[in-house]
Design a protein around this ligand. Structure first.
Ligand SMILES: Nc1ncnc2c1ncn2[C@@H]1O[C@H](COP(=O)(O)OP(=O)(O)OP(=O)(O)O)[C@@H](O)[C@H]1O
Length: 332
Protein backbone atom coordinates (compact mmCIF):
# COMPACT_ATOMS: atom_id res chain seq x y z
CA UNK A 1 0.00 0.00 0.00
CA UNK A 2 1.45 3.34 -1.01
CA UNK A 3 0.04 6.81 -0.52
CA UNK A 4 1.25 9.73 -2.57
CA UNK A 5 1.36 13.17 -0.99
CA UNK A 6 1.56 16.30 -3.12
CA UNK A 7 2.16 19.42 -1.05
CA UNK A 8 2.25 23.07 -2.15
CA UNK A 9 3.49 22.11 -5.60
CA UNK A 10 4.71 24.95 -7.81
CA UNK A 11 6.23 24.86 -11.29
CA UNK A 12 7.53 27.90 -13.13
CA UNK A 13 8.69 27.76 -16.73
CA UNK A 14 10.83 30.36 -18.37
CA UNK A 15 9.19 31.34 -21.66
CA UNK A 16 10.45 33.54 -24.46
CA UNK A 17 8.13 36.25 -25.72
CA UNK A 18 9.90 38.05 -28.56
CA UNK A 19 13.29 39.07 -27.20
CA UNK A 20 12.24 38.93 -23.57
CA UNK A 21 12.09 35.96 -21.24
CA UNK A 22 9.32 35.78 -18.75
CA UNK A 23 8.11 33.39 -16.11
CA UNK A 24 5.03 31.26 -16.55
CA UNK A 25 3.58 29.72 -13.42
CA UNK A 26 2.19 26.48 -14.84
CA UNK A 27 1.37 24.93 -11.45
CA UNK A 28 0.53 27.10 -8.48
CA UNK A 29 0.31 25.74 -4.96
CA UNK A 30 -1.33 22.39 -5.68
CA UNK A 31 -1.83 19.91 -2.82
CA UNK A 32 -3.63 16.57 -2.67
CA UNK A 33 -3.16 12.98 -1.58
CA UNK A 34 -3.66 9.76 -3.49
CA UNK A 35 -4.63 6.93 -1.17
CA UNK A 36 -4.67 3.19 -1.96
CA UNK A 37 -7.85 2.08 -3.69
CA UNK A 38 -8.85 5.64 -4.57
CA UNK A 39 -8.97 7.50 -7.86
CA UNK A 40 -8.55 11.24 -7.99
CA UNK A 41 -9.38 12.96 -11.28
CA UNK A 42 -7.56 16.10 -12.31
CA UNK A 43 -9.76 17.93 -14.80
CA UNK A 44 -9.46 21.21 -16.64
CA UNK A 45 -9.07 22.59 -20.10
CA UNK A 46 -5.90 22.47 -22.15
CA UNK A 47 -3.01 24.35 -20.62
CA UNK A 48 -4.35 24.32 -17.07
CA UNK A 49 -1.26 22.50 -15.78
CA UNK A 50 -2.53 18.93 -15.45
CA UNK A 51 0.28 17.26 -17.39
CA UNK A 52 2.89 19.35 -15.61
CA UNK A 53 1.59 18.00 -12.28
CA UNK A 54 1.75 14.47 -13.71
CA UNK A 55 5.26 14.96 -15.04
CA UNK A 56 6.46 16.20 -11.66
CA UNK A 57 4.90 13.18 -9.93
CA UNK A 58 6.63 10.93 -12.49
CA UNK A 59 9.87 12.86 -11.77
CA UNK A 60 10.19 13.96 -15.38
CA UNK A 61 10.12 17.60 -14.24
CA UNK A 62 11.61 19.06 -11.11
CA UNK A 63 9.23 21.17 -9.00
CA UNK A 64 10.07 24.84 -8.48
CA UNK A 65 8.54 24.54 -5.03
CA UNK A 66 6.67 22.10 -2.83
CA UNK A 67 7.15 18.42 -2.22
CA UNK A 68 5.99 15.07 -3.59
CA UNK A 69 6.46 12.07 -1.34
CA UNK A 70 5.26 8.49 -1.26
CA UNK A 71 4.67 6.69 2.02
CA UNK A 72 4.27 3.01 2.83
CA UNK A 73 1.33 1.59 4.81
CA UNK A 74 3.19 2.17 8.10
CA UNK A 75 3.66 5.84 7.22
CA UNK A 76 7.39 5.64 6.50
CA UNK A 77 8.58 7.57 3.49
CA UNK A 78 9.61 5.58 0.42
CA UNK A 79 13.27 6.44 -0.25
CA UNK A 80 14.11 8.23 -3.52
CA UNK A 81 15.86 5.22 -5.02
CA UNK A 82 12.67 3.14 -4.64
CA UNK A 83 10.18 5.84 -5.65
CA UNK A 84 9.85 4.57 -9.23
CA UNK A 85 9.08 1.03 -8.04
CA UNK A 86 5.97 2.52 -6.48
CA UNK A 87 4.91 5.33 -8.80
CA UNK A 88 4.44 4.78 -12.53
CA UNK A 89 2.84 6.67 -15.38
CA UNK A 90 0.63 5.81 -18.34
CA UNK A 91 1.01 8.43 -21.05
CA UNK A 92 -1.54 9.85 -23.43
CA UNK A 93 0.03 8.65 -26.64
CA UNK A 94 0.46 4.87 -26.89
CA UNK A 95 2.11 5.36 -30.30
CA UNK A 96 4.90 7.54 -28.92
CA UNK A 97 5.41 5.80 -25.60
CA UNK A 98 6.52 2.44 -27.04
CA UNK A 99 9.74 1.99 -28.98
CA UNK A 100 8.92 0.69 -32.50
CA UNK A 101 12.13 -1.36 -32.63
CA UNK A 102 11.42 -3.46 -29.56
CA UNK A 103 9.01 -6.30 -28.92
CA UNK A 104 6.25 -6.13 -26.35
CA UNK A 105 8.24 -8.57 -24.25
CA UNK A 106 11.25 -6.24 -24.25
CA UNK A 107 9.10 -3.31 -23.07
CA UNK A 108 7.74 -5.23 -20.10
CA UNK A 109 10.82 -7.30 -19.28
CA UNK A 110 12.96 -4.19 -18.94
CA UNK A 111 11.24 -2.74 -15.86
CA UNK A 112 10.96 -6.24 -14.38
CA UNK A 113 14.74 -6.64 -14.55
CA UNK A 114 15.55 -3.00 -13.75
CA UNK A 115 13.47 -3.05 -10.59
CA UNK A 116 14.69 -6.52 -9.59
CA UNK A 117 11.22 -8.09 -9.76
CA UNK A 118 12.44 -11.18 -11.61
CA UNK A 119 15.78 -12.95 -11.80
CA UNK A 120 16.11 -15.63 -14.45
CA UNK A 121 15.05 -15.30 -18.10
CA UNK A 122 12.37 -17.96 -17.60
CA UNK A 123 10.95 -16.09 -14.61
CA UNK A 124 10.88 -12.86 -16.56
CA UNK A 125 9.14 -14.46 -19.53
CA UNK A 126 6.51 -16.01 -17.28
CA UNK A 127 5.87 -12.71 -15.50
CA UNK A 128 5.61 -10.82 -18.83
CA UNK A 129 2.94 -13.27 -19.95
CA UNK A 130 1.08 -12.97 -16.65
CA UNK A 131 1.04 -9.20 -16.99
CA UNK A 132 -0.23 -9.40 -20.57
CA UNK A 133 -3.00 -11.75 -19.44
CA UNK A 134 -3.94 -9.29 -16.71
CA UNK A 135 -4.47 -6.53 -19.26
CA UNK A 136 -6.50 -8.89 -21.46
CA UNK A 137 -3.94 -9.32 -24.21
CA UNK A 138 -4.32 -12.87 -25.48
CA UNK A 139 -2.65 -15.11 -26.45
CA UNK A 140 0.05 -13.59 -24.27
CA UNK A 141 2.95 -15.60 -25.70
CA UNK A 142 2.08 -14.40 -29.19
CA UNK A 143 1.50 -10.76 -28.22
CA UNK A 144 4.82 -10.74 -26.34
CA UNK A 145 6.73 -11.31 -29.58
CA UNK A 146 4.99 -8.56 -31.53
CA UNK A 147 6.27 -5.05 -32.13
CA UNK A 148 4.14 -1.97 -31.42
CA UNK A 149 3.19 -1.40 -35.08
CA UNK A 150 1.55 -4.84 -35.11
CA UNK A 151 -0.86 -3.77 -32.36
CA UNK A 152 -3.90 -1.50 -32.33
CA UNK A 153 -3.90 1.72 -30.30
CA UNK A 154 -5.96 0.07 -27.57
CA UNK A 155 -3.62 -2.92 -27.42
CA UNK A 156 -0.63 -0.60 -27.17
CA UNK A 157 -2.20 1.27 -24.30
CA UNK A 158 -2.78 -2.08 -22.55
CA UNK A 159 0.91 -2.86 -23.03
CA UNK A 160 1.73 0.55 -21.53
CA UNK A 161 -0.48 -0.29 -18.54
CA UNK A 162 1.20 -3.71 -18.12
CA UNK A 163 4.57 -1.96 -18.26
CA UNK A 164 3.48 0.51 -15.58
CA UNK A 165 2.42 -2.37 -13.32
CA UNK A 166 5.61 -4.41 -13.98
CA UNK A 167 7.74 -2.86 -11.21
CA UNK A 168 4.93 -3.55 -8.74
CA UNK A 169 3.64 0.03 -8.91
CA UNK A 170 1.07 1.01 -6.31
CA UNK A 171 0.44 4.52 -7.61
CA UNK A 172 -0.50 4.99 -11.27
CA UNK A 173 -0.67 8.38 -12.93
CA UNK A 174 -2.76 8.09 -16.10
CA UNK A 175 -2.46 11.25 -18.20
CA UNK A 176 -5.36 11.34 -20.68
CA UNK A 177 -4.93 7.57 -21.12
CA UNK A 178 -7.74 7.18 -23.65
CA UNK A 179 -7.99 10.53 -25.41
CA UNK A 180 -5.97 9.32 -28.41
CA UNK A 181 -7.87 6.06 -28.73
CA UNK A 182 -10.86 5.33 -30.87
CA UNK A 183 -14.04 6.29 -29.03
CA UNK A 184 -15.34 2.72 -29.26
CA UNK A 185 -12.50 1.26 -27.19
CA UNK A 186 -12.04 4.00 -24.58
CA UNK A 187 -14.45 2.57 -22.08
CA UNK A 188 -12.74 -0.85 -22.27
CA UNK A 189 -9.38 0.64 -21.34
CA UNK A 190 -10.86 2.72 -18.51
CA UNK A 191 -12.72 -0.33 -17.18
CA UNK A 192 -9.46 -2.27 -17.30
CA UNK A 193 -7.73 0.41 -15.22
CA UNK A 194 -10.63 0.35 -12.77
CA UNK A 195 -10.43 -3.44 -12.43
CA UNK A 196 -6.65 -3.41 -11.89
CA UNK A 197 -7.12 -0.70 -9.33
CA UNK A 198 -9.62 -2.79 -7.39
CA UNK A 199 -7.49 -5.93 -7.60
CA UNK A 200 -4.23 -4.27 -6.54
CA UNK A 201 -5.68 -1.50 -4.36
CA UNK A 202 -3.88 1.01 -6.55
CA UNK A 203 -3.94 4.74 -6.00
CA UNK A 204 -4.77 6.33 -9.36
CA UNK A 205 -4.50 9.89 -10.63
CA UNK A 206 -6.72 10.14 -13.70
CA UNK A 207 -6.04 13.21 -15.79
CA UNK A 208 -8.72 14.13 -18.28
CA UNK A 209 -10.70 16.80 -20.08
CA UNK A 210 -13.75 14.62 -19.79
CA UNK A 211 -16.03 15.39 -16.85
CA UNK A 212 -18.26 12.38 -17.56
CA UNK A 213 -15.53 9.76 -17.23
CA UNK A 214 -13.98 11.73 -14.36
CA UNK A 215 -17.26 11.38 -12.49
CA UNK A 216 -17.73 7.75 -13.39
CA UNK A 217 -14.21 6.51 -12.67
CA UNK A 218 -13.08 8.63 -9.75
CA UNK A 219 -13.86 9.20 -6.10
CA UNK A 220 -12.67 12.78 -5.94
CA UNK A 221 -12.32 15.51 -8.56
CA UNK A 222 -9.88 18.40 -8.58
CA UNK A 223 -10.65 21.11 -11.12
CA UNK A 224 -7.60 23.00 -12.36
CA UNK A 225 -7.60 26.39 -13.96
CA UNK A 226 -4.40 28.21 -14.92
CA UNK A 227 -2.25 26.18 -12.60
CA UNK A 228 -4.52 26.29 -9.55
CA UNK A 229 -7.00 23.82 -8.14
CA UNK A 230 -10.12 26.00 -8.10
CA UNK A 231 -12.58 23.37 -6.88
CA UNK A 232 -12.34 19.98 -5.24
CA UNK A 233 -14.68 17.47 -3.70
CA UNK A 234 -16.37 14.10 -4.08
CA UNK A 235 -16.84 13.31 -7.77
CA UNK A 236 -20.66 13.36 -7.78
CA UNK A 237 -20.79 16.48 -5.65
CA UNK A 238 -18.46 18.47 -7.95
CA UNK A 239 -20.19 17.37 -11.15
CA UNK A 240 -23.78 17.58 -9.93
CA UNK A 241 -23.31 20.72 -7.81
CA UNK A 242 -20.39 22.66 -9.29
CA UNK A 243 -19.79 25.87 -7.33
CA UNK A 244 -16.82 27.62 -8.85
CA UNK A 245 -17.93 29.67 -11.86
CA UNK A 246 -15.18 28.00 -13.89
CA UNK A 247 -16.44 24.49 -13.07
CA UNK A 248 -19.94 25.63 -13.94
CA UNK A 249 -18.69 26.85 -17.29
CA UNK A 250 -16.86 23.55 -17.91
CA UNK A 251 -19.92 21.56 -16.90
CA UNK A 252 -22.18 23.61 -19.15
CA UNK A 253 -19.80 23.10 -22.08
CA UNK A 254 -19.71 19.35 -21.44
CA UNK A 255 -22.19 16.88 -22.77
CA UNK A 256 -24.69 15.61 -20.23
CA UNK A 257 -22.46 13.88 -17.72
CA UNK A 258 -25.24 11.60 -16.51
CA UNK A 259 -23.56 8.25 -17.02
CA UNK A 260 -26.88 6.45 -17.06
CA UNK A 261 -27.78 8.47 -20.13
CA UNK A 262 -25.68 6.08 -22.16
CA UNK A 263 -22.35 5.14 -23.48
CA UNK A 264 -22.23 7.65 -26.32
CA UNK A 265 -22.55 10.57 -23.99
CA UNK A 266 -20.16 9.07 -21.49
CA UNK A 267 -17.52 8.80 -24.16
CA UNK A 268 -18.06 12.00 -26.00
CA UNK A 269 -15.76 14.12 -23.86
CA UNK A 270 -15.78 17.81 -23.10
CA UNK A 271 -14.58 20.54 -25.36
CA UNK A 272 -12.16 23.08 -24.03
CA UNK A 273 -13.98 26.29 -23.19
CA UNK A 274 -11.06 28.40 -24.28
CA UNK A 275 -7.47 27.29 -24.54
CA UNK A 276 -5.03 29.08 -22.30
CA UNK A 277 -1.61 29.64 -23.76
CA UNK A 278 1.85 30.29 -22.40
CA UNK A 279 2.00 33.56 -20.52
CA UNK A 280 -1.73 33.42 -19.82
CA UNK A 281 -1.40 32.96 -16.07
CA UNK A 282 -1.34 36.15 -14.05
CA UNK A 283 1.49 36.44 -11.53
CA UNK A 284 1.13 34.29 -8.43
CA UNK A 285 -1.01 35.57 -5.54
CA UNK A 286 -2.63 38.31 -7.59
CA UNK A 287 -6.17 37.17 -6.96
CA UNK A 288 -8.45 34.76 -8.72
CA UNK A 289 -7.00 33.55 -12.04
CA UNK A 290 -10.48 33.21 -13.52
CA UNK A 291 -11.69 36.73 -12.80
CA UNK A 292 -11.11 38.05 -16.33
CA UNK A 293 -13.54 35.42 -17.68
CA UNK A 294 -15.87 35.14 -14.73
CA UNK A 295 -19.49 36.21 -15.22
CA UNK A 296 -19.72 36.86 -11.46
CA UNK A 297 -16.43 38.74 -10.97
CA UNK A 298 -16.39 41.29 -8.13
CA UNK A 299 -13.83 43.89 -7.02
CA UNK A 300 -12.64 41.59 -4.26
CA UNK A 301 -11.60 38.96 -6.85
CA UNK A 302 -8.32 40.79 -7.43
CA UNK A 303 -7.32 39.86 -3.88
CA UNK A 304 -5.72 36.49 -3.11
CA UNK A 305 -8.39 33.86 -2.60
CA UNK A 306 -8.26 30.68 -0.54
CA UNK A 307 -10.36 27.51 -0.51
CA UNK A 308 -13.81 28.03 0.98
CA UNK A 309 -15.98 25.13 2.12
CA UNK A 310 -19.24 24.97 0.16
CA UNK A 311 -20.40 21.56 1.45
CA UNK A 312 -18.76 18.89 3.59
CA UNK A 313 -15.49 17.93 1.86
CA UNK A 314 -16.28 20.24 -1.06
CA UNK A 315 -14.20 23.41 -1.55
CA UNK A 316 -14.16 26.24 -4.06
CA UNK A 317 -11.38 28.79 -4.39
CA UNK A 318 -13.83 31.60 -4.91
CA UNK A 319 -14.79 34.82 -3.12
CA UNK A 320 -18.48 34.04 -3.67
CA UNK A 321 -18.22 31.62 -0.76
CA UNK A 322 -16.04 33.66 1.56
CA UNK A 323 -18.79 34.12 4.14
CA UNK A 324 -19.57 30.41 4.19
CA UNK A 325 -22.75 30.71 2.17
CA UNK A 326 -23.48 29.84 -1.39
CA UNK A 327 -24.67 33.10 -2.93
CA UNK A 328 -25.27 31.49 -6.27
CA UNK A 329 -27.23 28.41 -5.31
CA UNK A 330 -29.03 29.28 -2.07
CA UNK A 331 -31.24 26.19 -2.39
CA UNK A 332 -28.36 23.97 -1.26
N1 LIG B 1 8.50 22.79 -20.97
C1 LIG B 1 7.70 23.85 -20.96
N2 LIG B 1 8.19 25.09 -21.18
C2 LIG B 1 7.40 26.18 -21.15
N3 LIG B 1 6.07 26.15 -20.89
C3 LIG B 1 5.52 24.94 -20.66
C4 LIG B 1 6.30 23.73 -20.68
N4 LIG B 1 5.46 22.70 -20.40
C5 LIG B 1 4.24 23.22 -20.23
N5 LIG B 1 4.26 24.57 -20.37
C6 LIG B 1 3.14 25.48 -20.23
O1 LIG B 1 2.56 25.24 -18.95
C7 LIG B 1 1.15 25.39 -19.01
C8 LIG B 1 0.51 24.11 -18.51
O2 LIG B 1 0.74 23.08 -19.45
P1 LIG B 1 0.25 21.57 -19.25
O3 LIG B 1 0.72 20.77 -20.42
O4 LIG B 1 0.63 21.11 -17.91
O5 LIG B 1 -1.33 21.74 -19.31
P2 LIG B 1 -2.45 20.62 -19.49
O6 LIG B 1 -3.58 21.05 -18.62
O7 LIG B 1 -1.88 19.29 -19.23
O8 LIG B 1 -2.85 20.76 -20.99
P3 LIG B 1 -3.17 19.60 -22.06
O9 LIG B 1 -4.47 19.03 -21.64
O10 LIG B 1 -3.23 20.33 -23.36
O11 LIG B 1 -2.03 18.62 -21.98
C9 LIG B 1 0.80 25.72 -20.45
O12 LIG B 1 0.65 27.12 -20.56
C10 LIG B 1 2.02 25.22 -21.21
O13 LIG B 1 2.19 25.96 -22.41
Amino acid sequence: MTTLHVRDLVKDFSVRTGLRRSRLRAVDDVSFSLAPGRTVALVGESGSGKSTVARMIARLERPTGGRITATAADGTEIPDRRYRDHVQMVFQDPFASLNPFHTVEHHIARPLKLHGVTGTAAETRERVEQLLERVNLHPAADIAQRRPHELSGGQRQRVAIARALAPGARVVVADEPVSMLDVSIRLGVLNLLARLQREDDLAVLYITHDLATARHFSDEILVMYRGRVVERGAADEVILHPRHPYTRLLASAAPNPDVSAGRTELLSGTRAVEPTGPGAAPPADSGCTFRDRCPQAMDVCSRPVRDHAVAPGHFAKCWLYADGTDRVDPAR
